[in-house]
Design a protein around this ligand. Structure first.
Ligand SMILES: *Cc1c(COP(=O)(O)O)cnc(C)c1O
Length: 360
């Protein structure tokens, strides 16, 4: 008789990775943009939806979206791969280049989904540690590269949840010594002072044949988390491998249209980023006046550690005031830490007020 069998044993171990969606009026837990995309983008999209032939499969190669992204970054459309959020981009990379018998190197604390997707794809994780200031030590990175020969090395720049961009020198050095792909996750790239995309040009460039993979998303700076759209820029061979690892027609006509139209509003995106960067300075100054330790950020979030009260209690006290932040206290290497997303000016005020009360 048919019965639900036990699930894959290694999958059960991966339970509990997803952050709960808790109701709160001030939601500063997922590093989303607090601002919607431009109203005219919505109108453009409504017009595009009217023209979609819904009875037909979408363009399997997402040609228009890839060439628009190629134009944005000055690369060929064949050096761009798009998927449903950068998480699916990362999954495609690991399906193609990870798997049983292969290793991926990452440096904790970092974005938990990197290890999670390794688990889903049966890729062994080699977890290096960051130093006390959450920096990747070059000597430690080179030692692990030489000892473990990973097919994939993850860097996250700016690093979620600690906030700093990886220094260009470190990324260059890792690229020089890594035997496989170097995946630089730039989900917050537009907030950062530099991009690994710049390493594709100039002397000693990570050009054709290089294992440099830069991953970006529409979820944060483009204010389009609901669209589920992300992409990578890499050597065409990597793009081809990701395509081979992806289901046919994985990217809906809706997502493709949303992305193409968004790229017409780059200036608006940059203005939102500038405003959030300004607010980040204000939130950082507010935190500096409270009994918390906090870390500098090149992104749209700030990591902090309450000093006067345990983090779990502060997290709950904030939620009682309808302010939701991310509780990172149980993450590797982040005891007692919380992470707050920079929101609108009024949300940030509410957060700082609620935090002040919660720390009393
Ligand atoms: C938010 C985030 C992503 C985004 O994932 P999507 O699937 O594109 O929404 C990717 N990487 C990091 C480091 C992030 O913080």
């Amino acid at each position: 008789m048919s019965a639900v069998p036990p699930r894959r044993a290694d999958l059960s171990a991966l339970d509990g990775y997803h952050s709960p969606q808790v109701a709160a009026t001030v939601r500063l837990n997922a590093n989303e943009s607090p601002f919607p995309p431009p109203e005219s983008w919505r109108d453009d999209l409504a017009g595009a939806v009217e023209r979609i032939e819904f009875n037909r499969y979408p363009d399997r190669s997402a040609a228009a979206l890839r060439s628009a992204l190629g134009e944005l970054h000055g690369v060929g459309a064949d050096e761009v791969f798009c998927a449903n959020g950068s998480n699916e981009v990362l999954q495609s990379l690991l399906l193609a280049y990870g798997g049983p018998g292969r290793r991926a190197l990452l440096f904790e604390p970092t974005y938990t989904l990197h290890a999670h997707i390794c688990g889903l794809t049966g890729t062994e994780v080699v977890a290096g540690r960051r130093d006390a200031g959450f920096r990747v030590e070059e000597s430690e990175a080179l030692r692990l590269l030489a000892e473990t020969a990973p097919t994939v090395t993850f860097l996250c720049s700016p690093n979620n949840p600690t906030g700093r961009a990886e220094p260009a020198g470190l990324v260059r050095s890792v690229l020089e010594h890594a035997p496989g792909l170097v995946v630089v996750d730039e989900a917050y790239g537009q907030f950062a002072p530099w991009s690994a995309l710049s390493l594709r040009e100039g002397p000693g460039a990570a050009g054709p044949g290089s294992g440099l993979v830069v991953v970006r998303t529409f979820s944060k700076t483009w204010s389009m988390a609901a669209s589920r759209l992300g992409y990578l820029v890499a050597d065409r061979e990597v793009v081809g491998a990701c395509e081979a690892a992806t289901l046919p027609y994985h990217l809906s006509a809706l997502s493709q249209a949303a992305g193409v139209l968004a790229l017409r509003y780059t200036a608006e995106m940059e203005a939102r980023v500038a405003l959030i960067a300004e607010e980040r300075g204000r939130v950082a100054a507010g935190l500096a006046a409270l009994p918390v330790e906090s870390w500098p950020s090149d992104a749209n979030f700030i990591l902090f550690r309450p000093l006067s009260k345990p983090a779990d209690g502060v997290w709950r006290a904030l939620l009682e005031r309808s302010v939701l932040v991310r509780n990172c206290a149980s993450w590797a290497g982040l005891p007692g830490c919380l992470r707050v997303t920079v929101g609108t000016p009024s949300e940030n005020n509410r957060f700082l007020e609620a935090l002040e009360e919660s720390l009393r």
